[in-house]
Design a protein around this ligand. Structure first.
Ligand code: ADP
Ligand code: MG
Length: 403
């Protein structure tokens, strides 16, 4: 049974209200404190514009980075300074500490003024979901809108607690992202090819259980693939893998055998001696028989096999680089996957993951990817579980507050 997606701001009339909007704004920051990439501001703008066009007053909540406490290096000021560029005609006020702020700031808010609370992770109560803190936050608005998909897998005060106390709806970016991802996995155009790589093995391995059921092909790369090679009893030398995940990998290989899916592992690899800094590497067929060496990328034969499969795909979902791409020598496999994916014009393509996107930055044809997810962890958890804490919080809210 599929759950219907909770209502978004398109399904309800929100007019002349004080609206608390959980936005993303978790931009990449340069060492000189300028914004490196403002995509995470831009994708929230349609929601803000829609709410503003209905005469609502907006109070925005976001986090930046991972502060444990107040840290001026992670102030949202850089974002607030940028906002007028995207929402001309409005003034913006950064509320330094909403807990001690003069109540007049909120009661006297004008329609042309947008309030932005300072980095919400400056408050330890945000994660602990402290009831007094939640109550104070809730006093700031009448309606809650969540437009931060990237944080939807985290249960925190501003993602989960607020809508327990007032009607909550999803914003446009959130809606699009959730619907696109669920559609790609649950009712894809076949063949569905999922590509999983990277190094966060334990957090990705459970996702595969779901993918085995839904995918036509699963292509594995990165250190994740090493764990599977090890689980098959192959020698992988000093390659990065996760010992604790081997048992799960074995079960998954067995499970894949019971399903029509083709679970593919690399057949060759770029290897190097981890202790040797001369940057030379070899390409060898797998299994790797050379002890003391490590697998750092998929090899050219694997890349060709994977590319052929990707070219036949109706849907491609990709998370995780194929190798240690930070070293240009070991970026080849990741680039080959990218090229195959962007040259399949008939497939619907979905790519997500912090490092995956970092590996692809500055590449040509990025616009050929149909959907680039703004949330790595959130995307994986949504695929695995079919829902996320912030989505469930909206569902709960709508049951409680709307007929
Ligand atoms: P994402 O953020 O896209 O979900 P992960 O965080 O899981 O991806 O993994 C990215 C990291 O995996 C990168 O730092 C990359 O260097 C590393 N990696 C991929 N393949 C290998 C490998 N064979 N050996 C060591 N590290 C690898
Ligand atoms: Mg990562």
């Amino acid at each position: 049974m599929k759950n219907t997606y909770p209502k978004s701001i398109l399904d309800v009339q929100i007019i002349n209200k004080r609206v608390i909007v959980r936005v993303d704004f978790d931009v990449a920051v340069n060492p000189d404190h300028s914004i490196a990439d403002d995509q995470r501001i831009i994708h929230n703008i349609p929601t803000l514009k829609k709410l503003l066009s209905n005469k609502n007053k907006l109070i925005l909540i976001a986090k930046l980075g991972r502060p444990k406490k107040r840290d001026s290096n992670l102030s949202l000021k850089i974002v607030v300074d940028k906002l007028p560029q995207y929402l001309p005609g409005y003034t913006f006020k950064l509320v330094n500490d909403f807990l001690t702020e003069d109540p007049k700031t909120f009661s006297d808010q004008k329609h042309s003024e947008i309030l932005v609370l300072e980095n919400i992770r400056f408050y330890p109560q945000e994660k602990s979901m402290d009831p007094d803190y939640v109550r104070t936050l809730c006093q700031l608005g009448d309606v809650y809108v969540n437009d931060s998909f990237g944080m939807a897998h985290r249960a925190e005060a501003s993602t989960v607690s607020i809508p327990q106390h007032m009607p909550g709806f999803s914003g446009l970016a959130m809606k699009k992202e959730v619907e696109t991802i669920l559609q790609s996995i649950d009712s894809p155009k076949h063949p569905l090819v999922t590509i999983i790589g990277g190094a966060k093995i334990s957090s990705k391995i459970h996702l595969l259980e779901k993918l085995i059921v839904t995918s036509d092909y699963i292509l594995l790369g990165g250190a994740l693939a090493n764990t599977f090679l090890k689980a098959q009893g192959y020698e992988i030398g000093d390659s990065l893998y996760e010992y604790e995940a081997i048992e799960v990998a074995r079960k998954l290989l067995y499970l894949a055998d019971q399903h029509p899916v083709q679970l593919m592992l690399p057949v060759d690899a770029a290897i190097a001696d981890p202790d040797d800094n001369d940057e030379s590497y070899d390409v060898v067929p797998l299994p790797l028989m050379r002890r003391g060496y490590a697998i750092y990328d998929i090899g050219p034969r694997t890349a060709d096999i994977y590319a052929d499969i990707i070219q036949q795909a109706g849907t491609v979902v990709w998370n995780g680089p194929m190798g240690l791409f930070e070293n240009p020598e070991f970026k080849t496999g990741t680039t080959a996957i990218y090229q195959a994916l962007t040259h399949n014009e008939k497939a619907f393509t979905l790519v997500g993951g912090g490092d995956t996107l970092a590996a692809l930055s500055h590449k040509k044809h990025l616009d050929r990817i149909d959907h680039v997810s703004t949330g790595g962890g959130a995307m994986l958890e949504l695929i695995e579980k079919g829902t996320l804490p912030a989505i469930e919080a909206l569902r709960f809210s709508q049951k409680k507050f709307t007929k």
